[in-house]
Write a protein that binds this ligand. Structure first.
Ligand code: ADP
Length: 376
């Protein structure tokens, strides 16, 4: 039996094929710059057919990454009509993501009739947060009515690297481990994981809150939004504000140059002030979250960097931790420098109270494992 993992994003479709036996990854592919979704999905399925010489019959289950599970789904679910309806009802909360996820689900259901499909939610890992972490200080009745609360995202990645940390540290149980996981990719988020359970995370009702990201603003005074919408400041519409904060802010917005950390590091090297400021705001915000989660965990035992920036940028890692030596975060500069390009390992010094790791994320593997546990 084989398992297909589908991650249908707004502009790309990522997919993996695993052999169920032994959990071997047979193929990983990516369809980029998706314009016509059906055409791209057809291409993906035809590539999968080529990989599996026996054709699509060899697929015994499909695992889908679904971004928003709302407050109904706290664990992976086999997809049936009812679950799909609930996902559609949640789509307004993740308009950039869930509609694409649902297209992938409906397309696979047509292609692979009778094959069980599983939704693995990006929000699920964060569903263990206590009310004091997920409640916003707005009128309670309003929050209840519109289900406004912190949901958190990137949960599949945070869960995967937290579980890997356990393995690397040679522990059989998460008890006693307090981990800060930093997912730093195009989107960025931090989570505080105590005893294997998420107790807080930086993304909120939507993926806009928290850290500075490539093009998203992260934490912001909400009054800025009403200011931008006021006549005096140009009278932006809600769509324009949404676009501004999701696609034109963050590193791109501050620098006016690029959302990509690689570009900004190179520009900073050449003396560019705006690139310098953008990166400084990025690492300063990250440092504040690390400090805050160290506090809410009552002292972290471990810190993990993952995703594009976290896995590849020793500079960003060291700048984010600069000054935190007194709190117990001490890097081994050489190990930090070497841990790039998909390597997994420890980068803290021998005398660091907090053990610091770089762990390449593998969301597809976690989706495969969760799918297997429901269909296997
Ligand atoms: P996504 O969130 O789309 O999966 P990734 O996790 O691949 O994205 O992260 C992409 C980002 O990682 C890029 O925008 C870039 O800023 C950063 N990145 C990738 N390689 C490097 C590198 N060598 N040094 C610094 N940043 C990098």
């Amino acid at each position: 039996m084989h398992i297909l993992v589908l991650n249908c994003g707004s502009s790309s479709i990522k997919y993996s094929v695993f052999r169920a036996e032994g959990g071997i990854l047979l193929h990983h592919g990516l369809a980029e710059r998706v314009r016509d979704y059906t055409v791209s999905l057809e291409r993906v399925f035809s590539a999968v057919r080529d990989v599996l010489h026996r054709g699509l019959d060899a697929i015994g289950g499909v695992g889908h990454r679904v971004v928003h599970g709302g407050n109904q789904f706290s664990r992976p679910r086999i997809l049936d009509g009812k679950v799909i309806e609930a996902l559609k009802a949640n789509s307004w909360m993740a308009p950039l993501h869930n509609p694409h996820n649902i297209r992938g689900i409906e397309f696979s259901a047509l292609k692979l009739q009778g094959v069980p499909q599983v939704a693995v939610f990006d929000t699920a890992f964060h569903s263990s947060m206590p009310p004091h972490a997920f409640t916003y200080a707005i009128p309670w009745e309003l929050a209840e009515k519109y289900r406004i609360r912190r949901y958190g995202f990137h949960g599949i990645s945070h869960q995967y690297v937290a579980a890997r940390t356990l393995k690397i540290m040679g522990k059989n149980s998460p008890a006693g481990l307090s981990i800060i996981t930093c997912h730093l990719g195009n989107g960025c988020s931090v989570a505080a994981v105590k005893g294997g359970k998420c107790i807080d995370t930086s993304m909120g009702f939507t993926p806009l809150e928290g850290l500075v990201m490539g093009t998203r603003c992260g934490d912001l005074d909400p009054a800025i939004i009403t200011e931008l919408m006021s006549v005096e400041s140009g009278g932006m519409t809600d769509d324009q504000v949404n676009d501004l904060l999701n696609r034109k802010s963050g590193l791109l917005g501050i620098s006016g140059l690029s959302p990509d950390v690689r570009d900004l590091l190179a520009l900073r090297e050449k003396g560019n002030d705006r690139a310098f400021l953008a990166l400084r705001v990025f690492t300063y915000r990250l440092q504040k979250y690390i400090g805050a989660y160290h506090a809410v965990l009552g002292e972290a035992t471990s810190l993990v960097f993952t995703a594009g920036i976290g896995e590849n940028s020793p500079r960003i890692r060291s700048e984010a931790l600069e000054g935190l030596e007194g709190l117990g975060f001490i890097l081994d500069p050489e190990a930090n420098e070497l841990m790039v390009g998909g390597k997994e390992g420890e980068i803290s010094a021998g005398n660091s109270r907090v053990r610091i790791f770089v762990i390449p994320t593998d969301e597809d593997r976690l989706i495969f494992e969760e799918t297997m546990s429901l269909v296997g």
